[in-house]
Design a protein around this ligand. Structure first.
Ligand SMILES: C[S@@+](CC[C@H](N)C(=O)[O-])C[C@H]1O[C@@H](n2cnc3c(N)ncnc32)[C@H](O)[C@@H]1O
Length: 414
């Protein structure tokens, strides 16, 4: 296939060289915002943090053996891979490649051709090749295996219906809802489902907790679809990152637990500041997931040190035109990608109160809101936990009550 614009210009994402099209500006190191600002679906640099966390989660599953028994294969699919930056990063940056069978699929032939050419141009070179087995209905696989990645051009729903996976990534334009049913059916007895949703206007209201609502409403939808297939979900890391929701959930098959799926579903009732309830009343949003949104252990291991260890560019990875300045900035972006995750893992793995710092002035009737750090140390002195969350606005989670938080703010403002 003649690739218009090839080779474009080279950028390093994590440890992986990617080819941006010439019309795409050189990304800043901390790209944010919707795709239109920073690139199209072909390759959106603003999604780099989500891809980094995906590399880290997969590496954690292999290192800590929470998905398959040690040495067993993980069949992993990026169902809407575009130029396959994510699968190429899994292939380059995740240790323990011998257990991975990576498939990259997209409906757009040109994106997959660009992806394959990028992969061939920057090969892994460890000699690892694997061949796809015949699919569920006995047909030969349509994929092409090259340097450890199986490339497929086709509809995501088709590949998920015909092949089983232990890990599926869904990163569509807008809503992932159309793909959930086939993804959940495709997953093995235990599997990971990673989902991006960029249609957040439909999920978010205007309240301070609206980003948390967006996360929980989508989690609730996934829990319901999973239950229809006798599966239940356990959120591993669920967050709102700039302009999209990104959820990683463990999906397991057990009818008895799946039938109780609605135990974790309810409504957010907005009353000083909010609480969850089974029954909607007054000013509410939902239905939504009301259970934990992190796995404390797994999210707790998503540290800045681990991000740097796995994903920071090494001398042999750097593009020719990268300066010291680029290297330093890419490290800082890695830090930003996970900065608050491990610290908030314990609180978000259980019941907690989410507090928007900007709300505290009016609520506590103080002129100046104390610094978050001061609020934390005062809460800790009183025996509570508090941690900043990975959210676009300043928010923190705590196990203190709303009244306790206000008390601390008033005390500090005296
Ligand atoms: C937001 S982009 C994916 C970005 C990519 N995951 C990344 O990290 O760069 C969405 C992709 O979905 C593809 N797509 C849309 N509908 C599809 C379908 N039914 N099956 C497979 N791919 C589809 C588009 O061609 C597009 O490349």
């Amino acid at each position: 296939m003649d690739l218009e614009g090839w080779p474009g210009h080279i950028w390093l994402e994590g440890r992986t060289k990617v080819h941006l099209r010439d019309h795409q500006p050189r990304p800043t190191h901390m790209p944010r915002g919707p795709a239109t600002k920073t690139g199209d679906g072909f390759l959106n640099p603003a999604m780099a943090p989500a891809r980094t966390r995906s590399v880290m989660l997969l590496a954690d599953a292999i290192e800590h053996g929470w998905l398959v028994d040690e040495g067993k294969t993980i069949r992993i699919l990026d169902a809407l891979c575009a130029t396959a930056v994510r699968p190429r990063r899994w292939r380059r940056e995740v240790p323990g490649q011998e257990v991975l069978k990576i498939t990259a699929n997209d409906l757009d032939e040109e994106s997959v051709a660009w992806a394959r050419k990028s992969h061939r141009t920057h090969p892994i070179g460890d000699g690892y090749i694997w061949q796809e087995e015949p699919c569920r209905f006995g047909q030969r696989s349509e994929g092409i295996s090259e340097d450890g990645i199986n490339w497929v051009v086709g509809d995501a729903r088709k590949i998920m219906v015909t092949n089983p996976y232990q890990w599926i990534d869904l990163d569509p334009f807008g809503s992932p809802v159309d793909f959930l049913d086939s993804a959940i059916q495709s997953l093995s007895r235990v599997g990971v489902l990673d989902v991006t949703a960029t249609d957040t206007a439909a999920l978010c209201g205007s309240a301070k907790t609206s980003h948390d609502d967006a996360v929980r409403i989508l989690l609730g939808t996934i829990a319901r679809v999973a239950a229809m297939h006798d599966r239940y979900i356990r959120p591993l890391i669920a967050l709102f990152d700039g302009h999209h929701v990104r959820l990683s959930v463990l999906v397991s098959r057990k009818k008895e637990i799946a039938s109780k799926w609605s135990d974790n579903i309810g409504y957010r009732i907005r009353s000083k500041p909010y609480h969850f309830s089974k029954i909607p009343e007054g000013n509410f949003s939902g239905p939504m997931w009301t259970g934990p949104i992190f796995d404390t252990q797994i999210a707790g291991r998503m540290t800045v040190e681990k991000a740097i260890e796995l994903c920071a560019g090494r001398p042999e990875d750097l593009p020719d035109d990268w300066s010291e300045h680029d290297i330093e900035h890419s490290k800082r972006e890695l830090e930003r990608t996970v900065r608050h995750i491990s610290q908030s893992a314990q609180l978000l793995g259980g019941d907690h109160l989410l507090v928007g710092t900007d709300d505290l002035g009016i609520a506590a009737k103080v002129g100046q809101i104390p610094k978050m750090k001061l609020i934390f140390s005062q809460l800790e002195k009183a025996g509570f936990k508090a941690a900043q969350c990975q959210m676009p606005e300043p928010m923190f989670a705590t196990d203190a009550s709303w009244e306790d938080v206000l008390g601390v703010v008033r005390h500090l403002a005296e």
